[in-house]
Design a protein around this ligand. Structure first.
Ligand code: ZN
Length: 145
């Protein structure tokens, strides 16, 4: 079902009506089967379309948190697939890449507040990840065994 906000061209009254589909509306409007509740006129046009959705869907579609959650999930996925997790070695990694001691590659990891400050002072590009973008920790295999 689709709800249309309609406008009567005869008396300029706005009203709403439900239709099975947009095609049904087009056909009924063309055939003069849509009646203005105010003056009984049959010359109507659409104002704004408001597709009807079930409450659960509506909540999902309009809920910014869920939209953000999906984006965040994608970001997490991207980071965990393309970035190397270097744990608390991040500052060192970032610094050696910055000074050309190591090849550039995308990494993520943790820094202490001091390290973060030092990186910033040295001009090493690093940005904090929003918590929602942080992927689950990868196991540091070098520390096993
Ligand atoms: Zn009317």
């Amino acid at each position: 079902m689709i709800r249309y906000a309609l406008e009567c061209l005869d008396c300029e009254t706005g009203f709403e009506a439900w239709f099975a589909s947009s095609d049904v509306f087009e056909k009924q409007a063309e055939d003069g089967q849509v009646t203005c509740p105010s003056c009984g006129g049959h010359t109507v046009r659409k104002q704004i379309m408001a597709p009807s959705v079930r409450p659960s869907e509506k909540a999902g579609a309009a809920d910014p948190e869920r939209v953000f959650g999906k984006l965040a999930a994608r970001a997490r996925q991207h980071i965990s697939e393309n970035y190397d997790y270097v744990g608390d070695g991040f500052a060192e990694e970032a610094r050696s890449m910055y000074y050309g001691e190591r090849e550039h590659r995308p990494v993520w990891g943790e820094t202490t507040a001091e390290e973060r400050e030092a990186l910033k002072e040295e001009g090493v590009p690093a940005a904090p990840l929003p918590p929602a973008f942080v992927p689950p920790k990868q196991k540091d295999t070098s520390k096993l065994n």
